[in-house]
Design a protein around this ligand. Structure first.
Ligand code: ZN
Length: 377
């Protein structure tokens, strides 16, 4: 199994690592495992990247700049917030230290230009081999019910209108007490289908908004000669945050679904499933058991669930690197040797040849890396 590893250097204005420590961790991972490279970012501390990239290139490995797209940026550039169907800016989901889960509107050109601007002003001139785009999505149910419905700003409403979606009708639906029209009845490769035609069209257009924005950014980075990797939600939830993974994969050189089965934070399966259930229940709709039924498993965090989700991703158009947790973090990430062993077994049984070790080898992960190394280089 070949690996890419992630190293979280801190938020834009929050450097949490020294260049020495970063180098030490990169060497440790590469000495133990067959790594292809490192995804590192997104602190603005420029002293980190050159030594890391030199070391990687000396070893024949690639360095990808980890860059958040539709959240985090508000702290670094003047951005246009996403607004809910009542006209309120989206609330944040604040769970991981140093990360900001406030989402901006993905259809507004200012927000897309901001990502290009941040790259040019802060990271240009380094020898990165590619970028890794994270947070390419709408708010999830972790941000609350109305943010999870997506953006209803002027620019998004225009998109909906062009797709034949009447915004007034949509708003009327969203303000109904009984929201069972939002329950999907079927899923096909992670795309959910709804009996309510308006909702079906709406979810389709939401994902088109994200696909178009990501394509524009991917084109920008490709023109600079950089490869583009994408961070996407697990198929269980990707469509609910506006990600049509198959469509997104057409713009990417590789794609990493976050199949985080032991993470109690955004993108983690236990966290997102719990938030969905809670938010639907608070809004006149019972969601418990819906995903389990559509994915034919009693436990969304099980090894079987991982298998089904890998199958759902078999239609992507670029190499797939499944992301799983290598680091443990108190109260947030409960990874352990059995979990890691089981995940690798399932990946191998499904013919996977590569994975991403997420999301931070700067945490104390040495034991887990050694465990993987025992499985053979
Ligand atoms: Zn919008």
């Amino acid at each position: 199994m070949k690996y890419l590893v992630q190293a979280f250097t801190g938020g834009f204005h929050d450097c949490r690592v020294t260049a020495e420590r970063l180098l030490e961790r990169i060497r440790c991972a590469d000495d133990l495992l067959d790594t292809e490279g490192v995804i590192l970012g997104w602190s603005f501390d420029r002293s980190l990247y050159q030594p890391a990239l030199e070391e990687l290139h000396k070893r024949g490995k690639r360095g990808y700049l980890w860059l958040p797209v539709f959240s985090e940026v508000s702290g670094a550039a003047k951005s246009v917030p996403a607004v809910d169907y009542n006209g309120n800016p989206h609330a944040a989901a604040k769970v991981i230290q140093g990360e900001d889960f406030t989402f901006v509107c993905p259809s507004n050109p200012v927000n897309i230009e901001n990502v290009q601007k941040i790259y040019r002003e802060r990271f240009d001139g380094f020898a990165f081999d590619g970028v890794f785009l994270d947070k390419i999505r709408f708010s999830s149910f972790g941000n609350g019910f109305s943010p999870a419905m997506g953006c209803f700003c002027e620019s998004c409403r225009q998109r909906y209108q062009k797709a034949g979606i009447d915004s007034a009708e949509l708003k009327e639906r969203m303000n109904r007490k009984d929201k069972s029209f939002l329950l999907p009845y079927k899923q096909e490769n992670g795309r959910y289908l709804f009996t309510d035609i308006l909702i079906n069209k709406f979810y389709k257009e939401r994902s088109a908004v994200i696909t178009d924005a990501v394509k524009e950014l991917a084109d920008f980075f490709h023109r600079l000669g950089l490869q583009v990797g994408l961070d996407v939600y697990a198929p269980l939830f990707s469509y609910f945050v506006g990600q049509d993974v198959e469509a997104l994969s057409r713009s990417a050189d590789f794609i990493k679904p976050m199949i985080y089965r032991v993470t109690d934070a955004p993108a983690g399966i236990p966290y997102e499933a719990g938030c969905m259930e809670r938010e639907f229940r608070g809004n006149g709709c019972e969601f418990a058991g819906v995903l389990e039924k559509l994915w034919h498993t009693a436990d969304l965090c099980s090894a079987v669930s991982l298998q089904y989700q890998l199958k759902a991703l078999s239609n992507v158009h670029c190499p797939l690197y499944t992301g799983f947790e290598i680091n443990a973090k108190p109260d947030i990430c409960h990874t352990n040797p059995d979990y890691i062993r089981q995940t690798v077994e399932v990946l191998k049984s499904q013919g996977a040849e590569q994975a991403v070790l997420s999301w931070d080898i700067l945490s104390d992960t040495r034991n887990h890396l050694e465990l993987l190394a025992q499985g053979g280089k």
